[in-house]
Write a protein that binds this ligand. Structure first.
Ligand SMILES: [Zn+2]
Length: 92
């Protein structure tokens, strides 16, 4: 699945999939693991926020709502970034 060719985010040259830095232009490559981490953290914050918002009152409840919004943004944002990169690769 992740064995497909990886291209530099900057110069679009093919690079080894485990390369952290492009050998052509020295651009740092984003790691898919970061996206996964962001999505997982977002989902976790979302679930935790829902629990807080439902189970508590007052300031903690407000904090729960903020967590829901932040978690949702992180999860959707990370997933969108992931999709964008895949679409960029396929368009090549
Ligand atoms: Zn490059």
């Amino acid at each position: 699945m992740s064995r497909d060719r990886v291209y530099c985010v900057d110069c679009r040259e093919p690079i080894p999939s485990d390369a952290r830095v492009c050998p052509h232009c020295d651009a740092v490559q984003p790691s898919p693991l970061v996206d996964v981490g962001v999505v997982v953290a977002g989902v976790f914050a979302f679930v935790f926020g829902v629990v807080l918002a439902l189970m508590t009152v007052g300031t903690t409840r407000l904090f729960g709502f903020v967590l829901v919004i932040v978690g949702f943004g992180l999860a959707v944002g990370g997933y969108t970034r992931h999709l964008d990169r895949q679409a960029g690769r396929r368009a090549r």
